[in-house]
Design a binder for this molecule. Sequence first.
Ligand code: PLP
Length: 393
Amino acid sequence: MIRFNFPHMVGAELEYLQDACKRGRLAGGGEYTKRCSEQLVRYLDGSSSVLLTHSCTAALEMAALLTEIQAGDEVIMPSYTFASTANAFVLRGGVPVFVDIRPDTLNIDERLIEAAITPRTRAIVAVHYAGVACEMDTILDVARRHDLRVIEDAAQALGSRYRGRKLGTLGDLAAFSFHETKNIVSGEGGALVVNNPRFAERAEIIREKGTNRSRFFRGLVDRYTWVDVGSSYLPSELVAAFLYAQLQHIDEINGLRMDIWKRYETALGGLAEEGLVSLPVVPSTCVHNAHLFYLLTRTHAERSGLLAALRGNGIGAVFHYVPLHSSDAGKRFGRTGSSMEVTDDLSNRLVRLPIYPDLTAAEFGLVCESVIRFTKAFPGGIDAEALPDGPSA
Ligand SMILES: *Cc1c(COP(=O)(O)O)cnc(C)c1O
């Protein structure tokens, strides 16, 4: 079986874990937590403060608390994203307002945002799908004109750039993920990037169960107490130790993924030229991190057939999100703020192929060969009635 994903080890993970054990401090906020956040601040060009969390979901929940989302407040976001993007705000009583995506990058269509703004709108969440940036100049401009906060869901986007600037440094707040399916991993893990300094002090308090424990450890107060709402969002030192090894190799890991991404683009480019599939589009303003390689089939039925054919060859190819506006919870807690035409169409036709540093050349070859063989066998498009739907991702 060729797995869809396999977390890449850089080598020093176990050594750092052992060292963390020897230090005898395993709770969050220790030496490795500090090293990780310093490393990330440096990596993000030193411009922001970075708080390690136990997941990107936790970082998004912190963002919802920091932006003081109240019951009925609206948050504009794409529907084509992971549940956590919306859930973080729904937990505060917020209402996700889903806006359609662009047909090229599958990111929120920035031209539709303004029409979705109401007097209750508080924030825009920019999800950088596949590590390719949203059109941030427009999004930041709309936000400034309407006094909205911008939160980047940069879960997939560590190492990517927009007009030369690293993703995660553009919004008031940004969230990264180190889940095992992302480029840089610690099993579960995440980080909140605080770019707007007005959120910095409160972010520490919220992460520390609503206490001013961080200020206490810096010697700024002589005891620590409960001062605000908060929760337990710190990762353990064991997670941070593992992550520290990975964070020392961000560009190298992304580079290995990029080699495979480019080889897919070359190998499958012929199919795209023949109009049989579409490949990812990366605008000239974006440098991406090769988080995903996907293709779009011409029809939903063709996607089901391709997934079945790939699985038949032992290849773990998968589709992606069931759009949130069409999910049970999305209907209950959110609403649409535009037509969902592009989201409904593309989400039905997308296939993600295995991409990770440890994918062998033989495995890569089999994936390409299987895609080409299936696609060429159906040059006129396939009969929508003839194929069963594939299982869910
Ligand atoms: C992976 C992902 C998340 C959730 O990350 P966790 O670290 O698993 O909480 C949120 N948003 C997007 C866009 C993601 O891809």
